[in-house]
Design a protein around this ligand. Structure first.
Ligand code: ASP
Length: 466
């Protein structure tokens, strides 16, 4: 039966079978060493026979005897460094060609397109393997934390209608209704609010979001993952506390080497933070050279609206002056509701941004739950009647008994990138889309057969030269 490398230290003197990849080989004349790698780590194999066939990255099965290493030969750098396996028999299960790039380095020096093309090899790199494994642990922690607090995990549709998070939509043509399109969700915002109308009260989802915007280092092109959550009958205070408890305990459990600079997390008003730091996501670390410091903070009291600019292509008819700071479902501060009619730019929103070491790692708000205020906000952002109709399901739902509700959506990739001090979120995603918009390994987007287009009633225009 197969044994993992990590079990070897407890099996001294026993005959064992290991399976894995040849990580490295060292010829020392009459004696040869191979490092074998499996999901648990590395272990040294030793043989006096010629194992010339076994080259790096070949997949092998090894039968051998576990031996304690003499004290002077112990390798403290690997967990199995006190033992080695004397090879009795080695079988090559699969040969490997020479890899297109080294995998025993950090990998930052290698061209990203090539890493992306051979992502399955790039993920063998110890740094990448570690990132993906620890991400899985963090997500499992989040899930357990929320399930233990009466949250329900619910999946919402991927084929859906436009969601107004301020980016371009990805569109999917409908075959059954030619000429019509689904949009991939920029977030589950509307569905999670509708789930509050449905009475679930506490929802979360590890949600995939799709936004067609230019890549930045803290936002991948195309898709990313967020912890999307929503609660009914809560105040902003409840949302901040829950988030703070979740991330503080997650850090303690999953990243014990890290320390949080200040608890409770500082809460800063938007006006003050802009005045003091010139940004709404200040880096509040006490010592920026400390790799283990995590400075969380909240930015609150955002203005509900910003001046509409050309990039707010989504909103209005181009005539309106206002665009939502967060999104159009964010509730105005109760003291400022009157200002919606007289001075909208002065209205504060019940928005909260979660900031970590100078990155916005999440945002959310208390939502509007009165149809008439929602309509007023639609008007202020210049929605046409047709645009209003696109969101009429929300207004309709709000006529059937809607609880006051609110939520937040911390970005999983962005959080992991920041905590692991990676230079881009692509370093914490298994198969990210590259900066030029090509998917890992499979190189989408790609052309499709003309029959497929015909079926969809679509014709592709000749491409304009750039
Ligand atoms: N839907 C928002 C976003 O994805 C988050 C929220 O308001 O809960 O940014």
């Amino acid at each position: 039966m197969r044994m993992l490398s990590s079990e070897a230290t407890a099996k001294i003197g026993e005959q064992v079978t290991l399976q894995g990849w040849v990580h490295a080989r060292r010829d020392h004349g009459k004696i040869m060493f191979l490092d074998l790698r499996d999901r648990a780590g590395l272990i040294q194999l030793v043989s006096t026979k010629d194992l010339a066939d076994a080259r790096p990255e070949d997949v092998v099965e090894v039968v051998g005897l576990v031996k304690k290493r003499p004290y002077s030969m112990v390798n403290p750098k690997i967990a199995t460094g006190t033992v080695e396996v004397e090879v009795t028999k080695i079988t090559i299960l699969s040969k490997a060609k020479e890899l297109p790039f080294p995998i025993d380095t950090e990998g930052y020096e290698i061209n990203e397109e090539i890493r992306s093309k051979y992502r399955y090899l790039d993920l063998r790199r110890p740094r990448m393997a570690r990132n993906i494994r620890i991400r899985s642990k963090a997500v499992a922690y989040i899930r357990n934390f929320l399930l233990a607090r009466d949250f329900v995990e619910i999946e919402t549709p991927i084929l859906t209608k436009t969601t107004p998070e301020g980016a371009r939509d990805f569109l999917v043509p409908s075959r059954l209704q030619p000429g019509k399109f689904y949009a991939l969700p920029q977030s589950p915002q509307q569905y999670k609010q509708l789930l509050m109308v449905a009475g679930f009260e506490r929802y979360f989802q590890i949600a995939r979001c799709f936004r067609d915007e230019d890549p930045r280092r803290d936002r991948a092109y195309g898709e990313f993952t967020q912890l999307d959550l929503e609660m009914s009958f809560v105040t902003q205070e409840d949302i901040l506390r829950l988030t703070e408890d979740l991330f503080s305990s997650l850090v303690a459990q999953i990243f014990p080497e890290k320390h949080i600079s200040q608890s409770p997390w500082p809460r800063l008003a938007h006006y003050d933070v802009m005045k003091k730091y010139g940004t709404d996501k200040p880096d509040l670390r006490k010592d920026k050279n400390d790799p283990n410091e995590l400075a969380f903070s909240w930015t609150l009291d955002f203005p509900l609206f910003t001046e509409q600019s050309e990039s707010d292509f989504f909103f209005g008819s181009g005539k309106a002056k206002f665009a939502p700071s967060h999104h159009m479902f964010t509730a105005p501060h109760p003291d400022d509701v009157g200002l919606l009619d007289t001075n909208p730019m002065k209205v504060r929103g019940l928005q909260h941004d979660l900031v970590l070491n100078g990155f916005e790692v999440g945002g959310g708000s208390i939502r509007i739950h009165q149809a008439e205020i929602q309509e007023k906000v639609f008007d202020l952002i210049g929605f046409t009647d047709a645009q209003k109709k696109d969101f009429s399901h929300m207004l309709t739902a709000f006529t059937y008994g809607v609880p006051p509700h609110g939520g937040i959506a911390p970005g999983i990739d962005r959080f992991m990138m920041t905590v692991l001090r990676e230079p881009s979120i692509r370093e914490v995603m298994a198969c990210p889309t590259s900066a030029s918009g090509a998917t890992s390994v499979m190189d989408a987007p790609s052309s499709v057969a003309s029959d497929q287009l015909k079926e969809l009633g679509i014709a592709v225009l000749p491409q304009r030269k750039k």
